[in-house]
Write a protein that binds this ligand. Sequence first.
Ligand code: CDP
Length: 227
Amino acid sequence: MSVVIAIDGTSACGKGTLARKLARHFGFAHLDSGALYRLVALRVIADGSSIARREDAIRAAREIDPLGVNDPRLRSAEVGEAASVVAAIPEVRAAVLQFQRDFAAHPPGDARGAVIDGRDIGTVICPDAAAKLFIDAEPRVRAMRRWLELQQRHDPAGLTVPNMKMIEADLLVRDQRDRSRAVAPLRQAADAVLLDTSDLDIEAAFAKALALVKSKVETALAARPRG
Ligand code: CDP
């Protein structure tokens, strides 16, 4: 039995960074579930198809290779926006659900646990996770972080980085789409703890997140059957 930490939250709230740091701390495997939806979107765009064509998105979701999650093209603003459109399609979500549950149950590298970040990890993918966090930050702060991230990244598509106002508007549209979709909407699980990182730098946010999950994770690790 693996021990799961579920981290959900709004766009660009810093949940990926926190998830990676928590995974490193506990020696757990990390899965960025958003990258799966970004992979679907990238495939549709790369095939020259329209993101509005549901059947193309569903086919792409059924054929994606999760090994491609580190493709730098996934990080563009265009792919992020398209990912939130395809993520609202129930068949797309169904196609990537089992991969996430398998990752949680059998983390790669024989890790004792997994940290998975996304929008529906604590509510749908791993409702029995040992520890759950819901991360948020003020839209202005999130827009600034995303702008810096896009600036720092080499953009292979040669796309220009949108300005901060445009990024903030885009984040709010995506949050609204994520919160209002019929299947697996973004929401805080009843047993998740809210962490607002607006006034916290990465190290301070990590220290708080660790303090919130530590005893739950240690209790779950101690309860695992030996052997
Ligand atoms: O990095 P950012 O927070 O902007 O986005 P992401 O976590 O990479 O996710 C991209 C999009 O995939 C989100 O806007 C969501 O619409 C969708 N997503 C989802 O629906 N469910 C998840 N578990 C993860 C992402």
